[in-house]
Design a protein around this ligand. Sequence first.
Ligand code: PLP
Length: 376
Amino acid sequence: MAPTGSDIVYLDYNATAPARPEVIDAAARAATAGGNPSSVHAAGRRARLAVEEAREAVAALVGAAPAQVVFTGSGTEANNLALRGSGRRRLLVSAIEHDSVLRAAPEAERIPVQASGVTDLDALAEALARDGPPALVSVMLANNETGAVQPVAAAAEIAHAHGALLHCDAVQAAGRIPVDMAALGVDLMTLSAHKIGGLPGVGALIVADHVPVAAGILGGGQERGRRAGTENVPGIAAFGAAASLVPAALADQPRIAALRDRLESEVLALAPAAVIFGREAERLPNTSCIALPGASADMQVMMLDLAGVAVSAGAACSSGKVTPSHVLAAMGAGEDLAGSAIRVSLGWGNSALDVDRFIEAWRAVARRASPGSAAA
Ligand code: PLP
């Protein structure tokens, strides 16, 4: 099934997941009802109720309390708020964080990752053991390019032992693996609506009670003074609807993992030289980062696109242009190999037929890279 409403085989859920019908209904209902949640009249109160119901659903998604949820205009904004609003002057971030973490804190110390794409906790502990002002550490729960799940609970323990706070970007993990903020022991957590089947342009920073956060956007007193601006009520209602669907989404992950695993075995059968990044690590069930030496990522994306299959190259999450991946570089991949990596990411709308169509299209890619191979 192609949730985009065409016959495109959409395999780019880590860029954005198609909105589920229930989510679109929730947004339409809120947009039709109108009202500003700060208004005291009936229309305002209805809008406030929609926002607060969504807050409860988003909080429940990560086992937090509703008052801990700060709605933002994106996951990017939530990451910026965490890194710049915590007041901590020393920042440490894993080398594979999303650009919205890396660019929000260009001065941050970068913690290396192992070849498998997993953050090096010894390096984190060593860095924190060096003297410095109270720190904030940022480690994502799952990487957007490789799907590698990070040792966040252990990182939080190390951070706390050194008096540091732990921020976790859980944007790609939510809806794909269980996420429990307290069990992970994190102090600040970022979510993004459009990665779990909500709409783009809405995110959340979940803030533990003991953590003060200074607003990055000033104006009215919305979001308990932590994020000014009239709330995006339809987007927030859609986020709440998508969050309520997460238990069903989690139950669907074994099916999605089976699709992904078949896709990878067929890729390797067609092209034994192909490399799957992060395969040695625990990964998200839906993500595959596949490099084919000799076949540039942009050529692969273009050939697949012409065949009606949508995937992305590197972290083409915002720009659409192909730039070298800092994630694969941090894992030790040379420019040539990293430049031949595509990201395939599946989700709720995909079926076995989509994997068949990907393989059919990718066969031509493999043939071009290596005439005379099993793909021929
Ligand atoms: N963090 C990660 C890991 C992401 O993959 C993305 C988007 O791709 C973001 C943050 C940014 O989220 P948003 O698109 O809501 O700004």
